[in-house]
Design a protein around this ligand. Structure first.
Ligand code: NAG
Ligand code: CU
Length: 226
């Protein structure tokens, strides 16, 4: 009896040891965000070549709702529980092709562009990540992109055990948004997931503790700016 209790306790503690990204703005959990496979265990994706590296889904499941946002406005993406591993936060967008339904489109192909990634402070001394401990993140939707339906992909990479190959932990989800009031700029450097990352990328396989890195190269394409 006692060992089972301890096992359950250990499992419960283990579950709270990671995190999800289940909601944006004032929405409820998994309302505008596609339910990720870690919705119950808060787990992570460890294999950058897995289909889960895109939206942390194995089988497609549309979000119940799509959030209307204005180009140039800021979306708040919430973590649950708080992010608490050291590593960079990033956001990507992918525009749903004209004539396709956001509820069935799955983000295939080289359609993703990056709109934010985080750099650490304390380079060469002791790395610190602004995302570490945070419960929400604000990301600006570029004002010049075309109006339309988009998937907004949130990604946090836990780098605490990333010194060994495959040790980085990816926490991911994708929200469904409809952007209005945009421009006509087509972002360059679009990538696919999987495909954008390699396990050996210097920002993915890295010992962040020793020797203390003097620079950090975020994986993936450069950040698109209008
Ligand atoms: C979102 O925008 C569309 C198009 O303008 C509109 O029809 C719809 O009612 C809006 N949805 C919400 C929840 O405001
Ligand atoms: Cu964890």
């Amino acid at each position: 009896m006692l060992p089972n209790v301890l096992l359950l306790l250990g499992t419960a503690l283990g579950a709270t040891a990671h995190y999800t990204f289940p909601r944006i703005n004032q929405g409820s959990n998994w309302q505008h965000v596609r339910r990720a496979d870690n919705w119950q265990d808060n787990g992570f994706v460890g294999n950058v070549n897995s289909p889960q590296i895109r939206c942390f889904q194995n089988r497609h499941q549309a979000a119940p709702a799509t959030l209307n946002v204005t180009a140039g406005s800021t979306v708040t993406y919430h973590a649950n529980p708080n992010v608490y591993h050291p590593g960079p936060m990033a956001f990507y967008l992918a525009r749903v092709p004209d004539g396709q339904d956001i509820n069935s489109w799955q983000g295939d192909g080289a359609v993703w562009f990056k709109i934010y990634h985080e750099q650490p402070t304390g380079l060469g001394q002791s790395l610190r990540w602004g995302s570490d401990g945070k419960s929400s993140f604000q990301v600006q939707i570029p004002r010049c992109i075309r109006s339309g339906y988009y998937l907004l992909r949130a990604e946090h990479i836990g780098l605490h055990s990333a010194g060994s190959p495959g040790g980085a932990q990816f926490y991911i989800s994708c929200a469904q948004i409809a952007v209005s009031g945009g421009g006509n700029t087509e972002p360059p450097n679009k990538v696919s997931f999987p495909g954008a990352y390699s396990a050996s990328d210097p920002g993915i396989q890295i010992n962040i503790y020793w020797p203390v890195p003097t620079s950090y190269r975020n994986p993936g394409p450069p950040v698109f700016q209008c």
